[in-house]
Design a protein around this ligand. Sequence first.
Ligand SMILES: [Zn+2]
Length: 734
Amino acid sequence: MRDMPIGQIHAGRNANTDGPSGCASPTSRLCEAAPQDRRLTQAPRKQLPSPLAPRSWLAWVALALAAPAAPPAPAAQDASLAWRVETDTGRLVAHRADGTFEWCGDRLAEVTCWDAGGKERSLALTPGEGWRIERRAADRGLRLMCRQEEMGLTIALDFAAEGDVLTARAPASDIEETGAARLKTLRLLPRLGAATEGDDGYLVIAQQSGALCHFRDKKPGEHWVSVYQSLCQCPMPLFGIVRGASALAGIITSGQFDARFCVSTARGPKRQYAIDPAFTLRSFRDERRLPDDIEVEYHFLPAAEAGWSGVAKRYRRHNFAHRGIRSLRERASASPALAYAAAALEVRIRLGVKPVPHEVKEQTPETEPTMRVFCDFRRVRDIIDEFHRQGIARAEFCLVGWNRGGHDGRYPQVFPVEPALGGEGELRATIQHGQSLGYQMVAHDCYYGAYRISEDWSEDYLRKERDGSPQKGGVWGGGQSYNMCLARALDLFAKRDMPQIRALGFAGLHYSDVLSIIGPRPCHDPKHPQTRHQDAEAATRILALAQKTFGGAQSEGSLDFAAPALDRLLYVDCDKWLPLTNRPYVDARVPLYETVYHGVMLYTLSTESVNSRPGEDAYLRGIEYGAVPLTYFYGHFLLDAAKNWLGKNDYRYDDPGQLKEVATGLRRVHDDVGRLGHLQMEFLEGHRQIEDGVFETAYANGQRVVVNYREEPFALPAGGTVPPRNYLLLESPR
Ligand SMILES: [Zn+2]
């Protein structure tokens, strides 16, 4: 890990800047209707169906007769939307035709811009703030041309409905800035569906695994959480609001690389709670405006799906339908390496690293410090042999630091294979030895950071800050790292080196560091400028090349722009740096990310899970969340032992007896992988707390895993006992 993930929560903008009143009173479930509503309704507004309205009642009766044991299936529901926008106020109101709950927003957008004098201004996109909103008909919806004469700004907003999805779009090409003002941010449908203190329901925040914020007992505030940017933020461009038996799933389908979510808590006199996306059109006044369209889909879920799990499943469906995501099962059927890895214990071995920290930050051949050798290639064979002796039959060994200079030693240079570890001959022999015993042998590399000591060093391919200076990363084995422009790194180094790394014999889930844990970031080098979107695409292309070359790809984090080309990731949660449950807007952590991606990618939960042992909290939580274990030899490498982050426990040994003891412990972990590994091919369909300290996770094949954190056995109401601090795999529901 080059750059430790640092939280970027910006809490506490003025909490009392309450705008015009928002939506429904908690009891009415209906927006405060304006008298001119009907004239402004986009489509003839449907009568709100009462539970006994003839049409719905008859439909229900017909279904009840056809299938008396089951409620009406979702497919039989009327999933169409009734919605309208009021051009004289900017209010938007929408509801499902088969529901009564109205979702309302009091304004179309908020923008910030720099005025002629460079001063930052904030404007609500409402007629009251000088906007003229002109309505035009459009396919499946309407277009609103929004003009602010004083500032010389024009923004087109397109709204279109299909099924239960309302899509709002601000095309980049239809934004005009005819005066001196320059747009900075656009916040779309702020506080749509806002709840008030004490309402039933919660916000769904896609931060780390996923968080819920109930509508009660929060301090007033606006909390900004980035989409992507770091592991500690939101790995998915997804948000949700659950209001009683109604729910909204919001998916950012364009502009997500430059987006943040605003989580409002107890805001204003009405103590409102809301979550909505804002987009950065420029980071500084002279920057070229974001070329991406802004597009958000608002999915109004039927009552049967009105929960965080329904929000996750809607996004999962979107991924499969629109992002080219395929299930692990489908991909594994075409990749024996992936099929193997999915049911194997992942074992990372850090072979060697130069001292971190070290007083020489810009290393030269003369000042380069000597590498600390933890485990040379011959010793790796000892580990493999001990695993084999103890019946650890399926493992994928990932060698970290096999390259010149050891871990982070001289990237982007990787060759020659590090002589101090035994050189290329010994490495090839080790790979072959592991494979001869049935293990998968894979390599760690990195196309993110570059070091001056590298024989490939040049400033040409580095990512540049807006002032043209190279962007610095962390200080690691090679000294000061500089971030590479990923599009350049792909063309110059990944394409050059991956085939050569493959030729050493490595095959399996090739590990490429950092790519999915931080970023995306722009590059301001005029020779190879990159938007965040383009940076994310370059990262994904590097991983896709690894998949093609080695049979699979893994990287460090959960940021889901990489999901179309990622098979395994190391961390979802950020417990070490920004524990979710400590955030002021978080009431509970839920497996939201896991519901989207279990059955799609293999993941470990957090750095706390590394080397955790059966019975420990982190180990049990991994099982509860459908994660796979991660084993690390010599994970701790910082000279200041207290600063190491990879698990509480590190595996290292000085003699055969100690290695034997380590392998004996890992046999138990391996056996759990054997018992639960088949579930990696299944989607996670449900998760609930049975009682304090007892949780059940349900999978698409009907099996369930009950995890018991208690110190005593837990007897399940339907029979069966979960041992203390352990789990039980149950067949389909009894
Ligand atoms: Zn660049």
